[in-house]
Design a protein around this ligand. Sequence first.
Ligand SMILES: [Zn+2]
Length: 83
Amino acid sequence: MIRILLLGLFFYFGFRLVAALARMLFHRPAAPPPARRQQGEEMVRDPQCGTFLPRSDALSAMVGSERHYFCSATCRDAFRGKG
Ligand SMILES: [Zn+2]
């Protein structure tokens, strides 16, 4: 019988602990993501939607005789279709 009581207490305090942790997590303001990018990385502009993004993240494509950088294949295809 004492075992069941101990088990009950264990779950009760376990639940309290989890609830407190969850409260802490949900009330904490979102921290900015860690800066994983190297400083000074070249930013390029998507000519289709105007978004600036790091060149390593951009999709590059030759359109005509010029190289352009895009945020997504959708923009690239749209830009190609336009030109
Ligand atoms: Zn875009």
